[in-house]
Structure formats: C-alpha cells, structure tokens
Design a binder for this molecule. Structure first.
Ligand code: FAD
Length: 381
C-alpha cells in the first residue's frame, strides 16, 4: 500500500465505512431494478463527497485528487453504480467548469455541483461519434442572444438525474476534424433540452445512462466554456483526469471481487478441505492480489502527478487500461472460484463481472487507450 497522508486516510476510512453501511446493502437491489440510488447520493452530498477535490470557496471539500480517487475506489468495492455516478459528476460534469470556467461560471454552476445540490455530467458521445469525437454532429449556431444548440448525445451518465451538463457542439461547421468544436455549460431547465431514452444496461444498472436531446435550445452567451472552438482540447484534458477515475472504478471492483473470493475460499469445502487449500485456487487469488496492487500503484501515481501539477496524460491512460483489464480478469476468476454459485445472482459476484466491463469501454475504449499510450512513447509517425 502506498503511503497516504492523514487526510487521505480519513477519507478512505470514512468512505469505506459509509460504503459498507449505506451502499453495499442496496447494491443488489439497484442493479436488479435498474434503480438510481438517489437517497444514497443525497447522503454522500451531506458527507461532502460530491465536491471532494474542489476548493471550499467553490463549495468543495478542499481535498486533493488522490482523496477523490480513493473515494471512487472504495465505493466501487461494494457498488460500481454508485461509484460511477460520483466519478461522472466530479470528473466529467464539474471538473471542466473548475478548470476552464470563468469566476462567474464557477460561482453559478460549480458551487451547487460541488455542494451536491445538483448532479453533473458530460455530453460528448453521439450516435455517430464515439471514439472519434471529430464526428460530432451536434451544432451550436451563434445568434444575437446566444447559441442555438441542436443534436443528440447518447450513453450519457447522469443524463436523467443530472441538472448541469458540459456539452460539446460544432460551432464552425467548416473547420476540419476536431477544430471548430466548442464546450457549453447547459442547464437541464433550458427550453429545448429534453431527455431521450434511458438505457437498460448489462452492468452498472443502478447508474443512470441516457440521452440528451437539444432542439433549438438557446444557450446564453455566458455559458460558453472557455474559448469558442477550443472545446475538444478541454475535453481531452477532462478525459485525462476522468480516466484515472475509471481506473479507480476498475480497481475498486477488482478489490471487491477479491475480498469476496478470500472469504469464500476459506468457507467453501470440497473433498473435505477448504477450496483455498487447492493450489489452483491459491494461484488465482495470488494473481488477483498482485495485479490489483500493481493497478493501485498506477492509478494512485497518476492521481499524484495530477495533484503535483505535472503531466499525467500517459499515466492516466496506462492506469485506466491496466486497471480495467485487471478488473475483468479478477471478476472472471472470482466467478470461477465461486463455481456454480458464482453464476447465480444471489452471490453478487456476477454483478462485479458485468459492472467491470464498462471500464474497458467508457472514456475511451482499451483500443483507444493503447493508441494514446503508443502515440506518446513512439511519437507521431
Ligand atoms: C455505461 C456507459 C456510460 C457512458 N457515459 C458517458 C458519458 O457520461 N459521456 C459521454 O460523452 N459518453 C459516455 N459513454 C460513451 C463512451 O465513452 C463510448 O461508448 C466510448 O467512447 C466508445 O464509443 P462508441 O460506443 O461509439 O464505440 P465506437 O467508437 O463505435 O467503437 C467500436 C469499437 O471500435 C473500436 N475502435 C474505434 N476506433 C478505433 C481505432 N481508431 N482503432 C482501433 N479500434 C477502434 C473501439 O475500441 C470499439 O471496440 C458511456 C458509455 C457507456 C457504455
């Protein structure tokens, strides 16, 4: 375990305690019913968890990025859905305002987000623009009184439950590729902004995923985030940070699966012996333990670089890629360790397996992470 300071340890212990008492008991129910855990999120707001890394003057808890990452990890250890809700709210919905917003935008939008009075999200993905954001078809046309937004964003976390979204739209249709894309802060109550369908997902079923639909939605001039045409750059920086949180999500899911495996191998007996005495089972536990420790180093290291103000784009991509794949292997092996019981919903480990898969897809698939990593080490050819 890496050395944590007193504040980081306090946040870890507080969230661990909260997760086991308040989050774990609901995890199976919200997964089964596709039910957003609104009451839990409210309690998390009271604990100041919804604004962990933001300064107190903007309604946050004034802690660091690593503390936030540890919170995401600890929640994921018992419930991936609750964890991704926090991760999307902080890394995707709130961070861009903190990093690129004006003082007035921070006061108006970041404060209620960081205080947990409202939930946030990011609208980047579209039906025809996923890995390749340059295919963005949502448009924002400048008028005398604001920008007229038209388009649809798909697979958006917190879409139906969130109230503030960072939305990417093409402001210069003639600009090629990722140029001419701008970022806007869009409030749910803006006329012309509605939700499309709510998704019915493989995993993370308690988290809310849906569409953002904009039909002649007039965005006030002052809701442009940063400079016009620079939105893609802001999103890339946002995703650098977001990827650490998806790494933490994978890490927590993997650790939760390992926790369950360790208990089970001591209890379950076959051939008159606990199955943990069989070397084949020990090997799986040993591999999971080792890989999770390595993933934790990568994820925490990326967060520490971010806290230190150093570049961390490569490290966050590596952390996300590795932790996601560790989560898949760990949850797969946990089902194997549980045998037939692992296949049954009652034992919950199949939920970990389903939840883990998102980590290899969201905020850049594993294929895209490998491109990001290789580009940084090889350079552009
Ligand atoms: C549960 C969930 C929550 C999400 N939350 C959000 C959110 O809050 N906000 C948001 O904006 N988006 C969100 N997303 C969208 C997510 O970021 C995208 O699904 C993801 O980036 C992949 O895009 P795509 O689904 O269009 O897949 P595609 O881009 O169509 O990819 C399909 C396949 O092709 C591969 N591929 C594509 N390009 C290349 C390439 N150049 N080289 C090699 N392989 C390639 C991909 O890796 C993948 O295997 C969410 C998705 C899910 C499932």
């Amino acid at each position: 375990m890496m050395n944590l300071n007193e504040e980081q340890k306090l946040i870890r212990n507080t969230v661990r305690d909260f997760a086991s008492k308040e989050v774990a008991p609901l995890a199976r129910q919200i997964d089964k019913n596709n039910e957003f855990p609104a009451a839990t999120i409210k309690k998390m707001a009271e604990l100041q968890l919804l604004g962990i890394p933001f300064p107190e003057k903007y309604g946050g808890a004034g802690s660091d990025k690593l503390s936030y990452i540890i919170a995401v990890e600890e929640l994921a250890r018992v419930c991936g859905s609750t964890s991704i809700t926090l991760a999307a709210h902080i890394s995707l919905g709130s961070f861009p305002i903190y990093a690129f917003g004006t003082e007035a935008q921070k006061k108006k939008f970041l404060v209620p987000l960081a205080q947990g009075k409202q939930l946030g999200g990011l609208g980047l993905t579209e039906p025809n623009a996923g890995s390749d954001a340059s295919g963005t078809q949502t448009t924002a046309v400048k008028k005398s009184d604001g920008y007229l937004l038209n388009g649809t964003k798909t697979f958006i976390t917190n879409a139906n439950v969130g109230e503030i979204f960072i939305v990417l739209a093409k402001t210069d249709k003639k600009a090629a590729g990722t140029h001419g894309i701008s970022a806007f802060i869009v409030a749910k109550d803006t006329p012309g902004f509605t939700n499309g369908k709510k998704e019915d997902k493989l995993g993370l079923r308690g988290s809310d995923t849906g569409e953002l639909v904009f039909e002649d939605c007039l965005i006030p001039m002052e809701n442009l985030l940063g400079k016009e045409g620079e939105g893609f750059k802001y999103v890339m920086k946002t995703l650098d940070g977001g990827r650490i949180s998806i790494g933490a999500l994978g890490l927590g899911i993997a650790q939760g699966a390992l926790d369950k495996s360790i208990n089970y191998v001591k209890e379950r007996k076959q051939f008159d012996r606990p199955i943990g005495s069989f070397q084949a089972i020990q090997n799986m536990v040993a591999d999971m333990t080792t890989e999770i420790a390595a993933a934790r180093h990568l994820v925490y290291h990326a967060a520490q670089l971010s806290d230190a103000g150093q570049p961390f784009s490569l490290e966050s991509a590596m952390a996300k890629l590795f932790a996601s794949e560790v989560a898949m292997r760990a949850t797969k092996n946990t089902i194997q360790i549980f045998g037939g019981y692992g296949y049954m919903k009652e034992y919950e480990v199949e939920r970990y397996y389903r939840d883990a898969k998102l980590c290899e897809i969201g905020e850049g698939t594993s294929e895209i992470q490998r491109i990001v990593i290789a580009r940084q080490v090889i350079g552009k050819l």
